[in-house]
Ligand binder design. Structure first.
Ligand SMILES: Cc1cc2nc3c(=O)[nH]c(=O)nc-3n(C[C@H](O)[C@H](O)[C@H](O)COP(=O)(O)OP(=O)(O)OC[C@H]3O[C@@H](n4cnc5c(N)ncnc54)[C@H](O)[C@@H]3O)c2cc1C
Length: 360
């Protein structure tokens, strides 16, 4: 087959863009096809916490990827800044977990993995975050960081545009035809020849695979967020009863999130606004005087256990999708694992847990 690129990646969210950068490092030529503009869907909407929420609740397959990513994130952000001039605002100020009765599980998980987790008193917690409402001891994870997702997305987009082996085509909506063994990529009716196709279309991955009569359980799980105006009320991530506040470097606070199984209904709604606002005031009462600048929604690529598919469906059709609530923290490891598998390198983690065949 005459082909223009070695690998065609469908979808330019954080997963598609990082996969392209990893694969280009191995000398492959890459075409990324993005329906709209790169990194404007879940990868824009996400809070950017570089850890699963309550990480001890997750399967070892998630922990393995998250641990790898956490070690490489500072260098990734630094190198993106040097090559693109865009600062993704990596902020490693730690995460305070309040109102939890899971100290035993958290401490056991932390000691097994050399992850720093400690239980601290109400006084110690309020020294860290004086504006946060506290009723009992808290958990403190000093190494947890966050990034400003829209900026990380723009830095990754620019890094791909700058890369001599990567072509990013935006406004290029893909349809697939053929079979999983012999997939054919079309953009607006025109066929694109490629050796390998990688599906990184987030919550839309299932729709693409439907066309190849392959059932894929990834479905959209809507999340809504609020953005509070500059207030400098917290300087660490605070997690309480499943809701979280994330400080930004400019003093704004992002507050999230809802988890809704409502398909692709995009419009943010009043009920979510009120529920998030109430949770925010319960966590940080002084937010009552702070203006809300924005409310938005995004579609997490929801997989049944939150474990992404990373691997081949066939020799020519690959998937890197289904990262659910953790696509930002899992992205560097997922992209690296995909590149390891495509190029036959020794994989960074055991790939078995992520094989598409096991996720049905
Ligand atoms: C409210 C919210 C908060 C979150 N907070 C966090 C957090 O704090 N930490 C964390 O780790 N994760 C978080 N997440 C999850 C994380 O954002 C996602 O898991 C991650 O962004 C998924 O990345 P992706 O590249 O797979 O998907 P996306 O970013 O959705 O990208 C998929 C891309 O594919 C494109 N596409 C779809 N169909 C086609 C087609 N036919 N042709 C061409 N292109 C197509 C889309 O336009 C899109 O650009 C959050 C998510 C939400 C919604």
């Amino acid at each position: 087959m005459r082909r223009a690129h070695d690998v065609t990646i469908i979808g330019a969210g954080i997963i598609g863009l990082l996969s392209a950068l990893e694969l280009a490092q191995t000398g492959r030529t890459i075409l990324i096809l993005e329906r709209h503009r790169a990194a404007m869907e879940a990868s824009w909407a996400g809070g950017g916490i570089i850890s699963p929420l309550y990480p001890w609740r997750y399967a070892p397959a998630i922990t393995a990827l998250a641990t790898f990513s956490q070690t490489v994130f500072p260098d990734l952000i630094g190198s993106l800044f040097r090559t693109t001039g865009i600062d993704s605002e990596f902020l490693q100020n730690g995460m305070l977990v309040t109102a939890t009765s899971e100290s035993v599980e958290a401490l056991a998980w932390g000691s097994g993995l050399q992850q720093l987790v400690s239980e601290i008193s109400i006084d110690e917690a309020s020294t860290l975050e004086p504006e946060v409402c506290l009723h009992k001891k808290a958990l403190w994870m000093p190494k947890i960081a966050s990034v400003r997702t829209p900026r990380l997305g723009q830095a990754l987009r620019q890094a791909c545009i700058n890369h001599p082996l990567i072509t990013l085509e935006e406004d290029a909506s893909v349809s697939l035809e053929g079979t999983v063994v012999d997939p054919v990529v079309y953009v607006e009716g025109r066929r694109r020849n490629t050796l390998v196709v990688v599906l990184a279309a987030g919550a839309w991955t299932g729709g693409l695979l439907d066309a190849l009569t392959t059932n894929c359980p990834i479905k959209p799980m809507k999340g809504q967020m609020l953005l509070f105006s500059v207030c400098n009320l917290v300087s660490r991530i605070v997690l309480s009863d499943g809701r979280y506040a994330i400080p930004r470097l400019d003093g704004r606070v992002v507050f999230g999130s809802t988890l809704e199984d409502v398909g692709f209904a995009r419009t943010p709604d009043r009920a979510a606004f009120e529920s998030l606002h109430q949770s925010a005031l319960e966590m940080i009462p002084s937010l009552k005087d702070v203006a809300i600048e924005a409310q938005w929604s995004g579609f997490r690529p929801g997989s049944p256990k939150g474990i992404p598919w990373i691997g081949p469906v066939s020799e020519r059709l690959w998937v890197n999708s289904g990262h659910f609530r953790n696509g930002v923290v899992l992205a560097p490891a997922s992209a690296r694992l995909l590149a390891d598998l495509i190029t036959g390198r020794s994989p960074i983690v055991d790939p078995n847990a992520y094989q598409p065949k096991d996720m049905r």
